[in-house]
Design a protein around this ligand. Structure first.
Ligand code: DQA
Length: 147
């Protein structure tokens, strides 16, 4: 059976394309979703995309991933820097986590330098633009193929 990967995008990422294009680029969330699905199709994995601006909705999507998805690729956006709830949900479901940020959070404001998610992630990709989603999905597929 094909590997199943859930891609989660957090708050404000629905505004991609118009939101601070100097930092996040011109691609829209639809472009990101299309790239994620294509990366999966090209490598034999099924990719499902989810976006929410609500912390609780993200927590519930992570809970619902149990028994359904083999890996989670997540851009927690601003919740990276604040959310113990999302981190606990990710460790609670014990599904491998691949964290991705479009921008390089380490060259930006100090408050972006720490992510609560990184300690429970297998990989952390940042600063690659939206190509980071493809890199994270490929890393997940490579790990699942090895397992
Ligand atoms: C982001 C970086 C976060 O600091 C920010 O709050 C975002 C997007 C990124 O993809 O670069 O919303 O996760």
């Amino acid at each position: 059976m094909a590997h199943s990967i859930l891609v989660i995008n957090g708050p404000n990422l629905n505004l991609l394309g118009t939101r601070e294009p100097g930092i996040y680029g011109a691609s829209t969330l639809e472009d990101v979703n299309a790239l994620c699905v294509k990366t999966g199709v090209d490598n034999g994995a099924e990719v499902t995309c989810f976006q929410s601006n609500y912390e609780g909705a993200i927590v519930e999507e992570i809970h619902a991933a149990r028994g359904k998805h083999d890996a989670i690729v997540i851009n927690p956006a601003a919740y990276s820097h604040t959310s113990v709830a999302i981190r606990d949900a990710l460790s609670g479901v014990a599904i491998p986590v691949y964290e991705i940020h479009i921008s390089n959070i380490h060259t930006r404001e100090e408050f972006r330098h720490h992510s609560f998610i990184s300690a429970v992630a297998k990989t952390v990709v940042c600063g690659m633009g939206i190509k980071g989603y493809a890199a994270s999905i490929n890393a997940a597929i490579a790990d699942l193929n090895e397992a």
